[in-house]
Ligand binder design. Sequence first.
Ligand SMILES: Cc1cc2nc3c(=O)[nH]c(=O)nc-3n(C[C@H](O)[C@H](O)[C@H](O)COP(=O)(O)OP(=O)(O)OC[C@H]3O[C@@H](n4cnc5c(N)ncnc54)[C@H](O)[C@@H]3O)c2cc1C
Length: 463
Amino acid sequence: MTDRIVIVGGGPGGYEAAHVAAQLGAEVTVVDTDGVGGSAVLTDCVPSKTLIATSELMTDMATAQELGVNFRDHVGDAATSIVVDLARVNARVKQLAADQSADIASGLERDDVRVVTGRGRVGPGLTVVVDTGSGEETLEADAIMLATGAAPRTLPSAQPDGERILTWEQVYDLTEVPEKLIVVGSGVTGAEFASAYLSLGIDVTLVSSRDRVLPGEDADASAVLEEVLTRRGMNVLSKSRMQSVTREGDEVTVTLTDGRTVTGSHCILALGSVPNTADLGLEEAGVFTDEAGFIKVDRVSRTSARGIYAAGDCTGVLMLASVAAMQGRIAMWHYLGDAVAPLDLKKVSSNVFTSPEIATVGWSQNAVDSGEMAAEVVMLPLAGNARAKMQGVRDGFVKLFCRPGTGIVVGGVVVGPRASELIHPVSIAVAESLTADQLAQAFTVYPSMSGSIAEAARRLHRV
Ligand SMILES: Cc1cc2nc3c(=O)[nH]c(=O)nc-3n(C[C@H](O)[C@H](O)[C@H](O)COP(=O)(O)OP(=O)(O)OC[C@H]3O[C@@H](n4cnc5c(N)ncnc54)[C@H](O)[C@@H]3O)c2cc1C
């Protein structure tokens, strides 16, 4: 008998699971409110990285003069005479997101996956009840997958108005360049937007409640980033906790808990996410959540209720599109009896798309410093790399962690332009338990930034 799988949520957790389930012969239905692709494609990952593609170009232009490039008829630094057309950038962002969603929809159609537009909740037995707007449809299932994602957190004292006080989902409606932008929150999302808008030539103040930007990342990496952002003119307010955000006319005021105020023309709230798990019928179905509302899952994405799996941001395991997708696939491999290995977070590579980028994989410096993981560490500045010199790149480094004795690579950090691409050899080393010697012996192109990864690995050689 064909297994019937009903997936609630069409983001990467949901649509990747749908492909796997279809491939394994199941009859699959995806229920989504907004269009497949989820927040990842429509409001979060894809739009922000498309915006950042423009900001990268602007950042590259900053070194134009040093590399001998100028505009015809323009005396002085080319970088000072370029301006961004934000309306055009945002139109491109929205179009690209819509196209990507359409591509995903076509892929699901090719796999014979049925997509139902509406809001789903778990019903009695293994059913999903869909509110389609014009009525209700009940879908019977042999297994259910919940992948409903998360939404931007807001506070009663800091309410977005969609015009000048914005969540990260609302920034693409801006048609004019903000004169003075305040970003509240210095986690990954806050840092990415602050860095992107700074590169677009906007006056940016970053309000951070902690003592440094990116408190969850490698401390050496965030120190480099903070130094670069400050040097480029960003006003970074650390140890500054926001109490409220208010607007009067065209002016936005951020009031801090110590009474100081910061004013600007616009404010982006990057205060973290809350899971979309209310009104999903979880309690009645016996699906346990934690106190913040995230669905509790094991490493093969099972919830506490038999036949109900969950994946992605609604589980809060690690809020990345790549992890959501893998949790979704694992759930289906597990339920449909294919070979499956439990999720291993130590193999996840991730990237902060600031300028410079910060990419990490495996065990962290924190774990080494606290004694949780015994590892030798080497850190190599990119400034000594021949390719970096040619490209005028001065900021960034490569850091590798390997086990004493065996030399097995257990983690790494890359800070620099396109660090997201450079981390891959380190990810392979971590995933396959390669030694630093093995990583060092593979040829790298001369000159290349990846040469620094091999060089760092060589420095970990012990006789
Ligand atoms: C600004 C920003 C940038 C990011 N950039 C990156 C990045 O570069 N790389 C990366 O790996 N990650 C990135 N992330 C994280 C990434 O976007 C999420 O981890 C990812 O979207 C999680 O996927 P998901 O499938 O769990 O949920 P989502 O992508 O949120 O999809 C869930 C879907 O379910 C729908 N839904 C919710 N409730 C219901 C319901 N009851 N019935 C039907 N449908 C429902 C939602 O409307 C949504 O369409 C970023 C996040 C943010 C905020």
